[in-house]
Write a protein that binds this ligand. Structure first.
Ligand SMILES: [Zn+2]
Ligand SMILES: [Zn+2]
Length: 163
């Protein structure tokens, strides 16, 4: 019997610099986007995509996030070296909401719903209404290559040593 509250997706992830890495052996069936003002401010972005991971399915495999308490109840985790948003945790809860973009293959995780819509930027109500300027590679091939060759970003897989 499969658990309706669980997605059988196993995946590692981590921050941009690679100082903090984690592994999730299963995900909760709640992947979502939050537009709320606290998620916006915590990331400097207009929305956060997140998915729950139960504590028994989550291992911090390298380093650990630094915590900012955005309220008396909520712990927001980020890499102390590069600042990547990594996690959201209600004090005492037995699961963490993990930032989907920090996973190594975020496109494998579905998105089931959006919340916090009181904070949603009007343009994000219809992404198809925003002009599609194409891929990074197509827009600036030389620039994309320069960045690729000099990137300090951790690769999208686990590494034994880094950097
Ligand atoms: Zn980092
Ligand atoms: Zn939020």
């Amino acid at each position: 019997m499969s658990d309706p509250d669980r997605l059988d997706i196993e995946m590692s992830g981590g921050c941009q610099c690679g100082a903090v890495r984690f592994h999730a052996s299963a995900l909760m069936a709640n992947p979502h986007i939050c537009h709320c003002r606290m998620c916006q401010k915590a990331t400097g972005q207009l929305m956060v995509a997140a998915v729950g991971v139960r504590e028994e399915h989550l291992v911090w495999t390298r380093g650990a996030p630094t915590i900012f308490m955005s309220s008396d109840y909520a712990e927001r985790g980020f890499c102390p070296h590069c600042g990547t948003t990594l996690s959201f945790h209600f004090k005492g809860a037995r699961h963490w909401a993990m930032a989907m973009g920090a996973f190594d293959e975020p496109w494998r995780i579905p998105i089931h719903f959006q919340i916090g819509t009181e904070g949603r930027h009007p343009a994000l109500a219809d992404l198809n209404g925003i002009r599609d300027a194409g891929t990074t590679e197509a827009a600036d091939p030389a620039g994309a290559e320069r960045i690729r060759l000099s990137s300090h970003q951790h690769p999208d897989h686990d590494t034994e040593f880094w950097p």
